[in-house]
Design a protein around this ligand. Structure first.
Ligand code: CP
Ligand code: NVA
Length: 320
C-alpha cells in the first residue's frame, strides 16, 4: 500500500494540541495521524530506530482499570526514546483531595505530555485547561478517541478506503460508540447505530455527527433493529453492555441487550468480507459469541496492536 503523505521532519500542525475528542479534528488531521501511524508501524516492524521523543516524559493518570491503554502508551513512549509514568489516582494526592487543577499544573512542571483515563469528561477538560503541556484522553464516560484512531487505522489497512463503507454498531450508546460514529462520519463511512431504547448515544453527539456527515457525505442512521444495521455491512462493531462505572446496572443491561448479541445468526446479513471489531476487553458470550470474535472476519487483535502505533503518532505529533 502506498501512502501519499509522510511526515518526514516530524513537525506537525497538531503540535501543542490536546487529544480529547475525535470531533476536535478534521478529516485531514486524522488522515495525517493514520499515515504517520502506518509509517511508525513499518519502522517498528523493520527494527528501524525512531526515537523522536528522546528525553520526553508522559504522565499517565488512571482512575479506571486498563490493559491496552497502559501497556501501549508505556511501550510507545519507550520505543520513541522517552519514558512513561503510571500514576494510579488512588495513590496520588489527587485521591486525598488535591484539586485536578493543581495536579495538572504540577505535572506540567515535570512532564511533556499527560494522559488521563477517568469518569466524567469534564475532568479531562479541566486537566487540559490547567496543564501547560498537551493532554490526551485515555477514555472517559463520554469518549475514547485513542481507540477510534486505532480503529480507523485498522479499517484503512484492511479496506484501503473509508468512503463507501458501511459500519454497523450494535449495542450500547456509550463512550466507544459515541467516538466511533464521530470518527466514521468525519471520514465518510456510513454508520448504522443500533441500540435498545433508552441506551442511545447522546443527542449532542448526534448533532456533531450530523454536522460532520454534511461535509463528508456519510449516511447516519439510528435504529433499534440490529438486523437492519448489519445488512450489507462492511464492518460490525460492538462493545461491552456494561461499561466501567455502570456495574450497578449490569443485571438490567443484560436483559435490555439480549437481542443485541453479535452472533453467527446476526452476522449472516453482513457482506462476506465484513470485519468484526471490538475495542476489547470483551465479555465473551454476552455482546459477542466466541465463534464470531475468534472467527476469520475478526480483527480485534489488530485493533489492539494499532493502539500502539496510533498513539505513537499522536504523541509524536502533539508533543513540543
Ligand atoms: N480498549 C481499551 O481501552 O482497553 P483497556 O481498557 O485495556 O485500556
Ligand atoms: N465502554 C468500555 C470501553 C473500555 C475500553 C468501558 O468504558 O468500560
Amino acid at each position: 500500500m502506498s501512502h501519499p503523505m509522510v511526515v518526514d521532519n516530524m513537525k506537525s500542525k497538531l503540535q501543542g494540541k490536546d487529544f480529547l475528542r475525535v470531533g476536535d479534528f478534521t478529516k485531514e488531521d486524522l488522515m495525517e495521524l493514520i499515515y504517520l501511524a502506518i509509517k511508525l508501524k513499518n519502522k517498528q516492524k523493520m527494527g528501524e530506530p525512531h526515537r523522536y521523543l528522546e528525553g520526553k516524559t508522559l504522565a499517565m493518570i488512571f482512575e479506571k482499570s486498563s490493559t491496552r491503554t497502559r501497556v501501549s502508551f508505556e511501550t510507545g513512549m519507550y520505543q520513541l526514546g522517552g519514558m512513561a509514568q503510571f500514576l494510579s489516582s488512588s495513590d496520588m494526592q489527587l485521591g486525598n483531595g488535591e484539586t485536578v487543577a493543581d495536579t495538572a499544573q504540577v505535572l506540567s512542571r515535570y512532564v511533556d505530555v499527560i494522559m488521563i483515563r477517568t469518569f466524567g469528561h469534564e475532568i479531562v477538560e479541566e486537566v487540559a485547561e490547567n496543564a501547560s503541556v498537551p493532554v490526551i484522553n485515555g477514555l472517559t464516560d463520554y469518549a475514547h478517541p485513542c481507540q477510534v484512531l486505532a480503529d480507523l487505522m485498522t479499517i484503512y489497512e484492511e479496506k484501503g478506503k473509508f468512503e463507501g463503507l458501511k459500519l454497523a454498531y450494535v449495542g450500547d450508546g456509550n463512550n466507544m460508540s459515541q467516538s466511533l460514529i464521530v470518527g466514521c462520519a468525519l471520514m465518510g463511512i456510513d454508520c448504522y447505530v443500533s441500540t435498545p431504547e433508552g441506551y442511545e448515544v447522546e443527542q449532542s453527539i448526534m448533532d456533531i455527527v450530523t454536522d460532520a456527515a454534511k461535509t463528508s457525505g456519510a449516511k447516519i442512521i439510528q435504529t433499534t433493529d440490529p438486523k437492519e444495521a448489519v445488512k450489507n455491512a462492511d464492518v460490525i462493531y460492538t462493545d461491552v453492555w456494561t461499561s466501567m462505572g455502570f456495574e450497578d446496572e449490569q443485571e438490567a443491561r443484560v436483559k435490555a441487550f439480549a437481542d443485541y448479541q453479535v452472533n453467527t445468526d446476526l452476522v449472516q446479513g453482513a457482506k462476506d468480507d465484513y470485519l468484526f471489531m471490538h475495542c476489547l476487553p470483551a465479555k465473551r458470550d454476552l455482546e459477542v459469541t466466541s465463534e464470531v470474535i475468534d472467527g476469520n472476519n475478526s480483527v480485534v487483535f489488530d485493533q489492539a496492536e494499532n493502539r500502539l502505533h496510533a498513539q505513537k503518532a499522536v504523541l509524536v505529533s502533539i508533543v513540543e
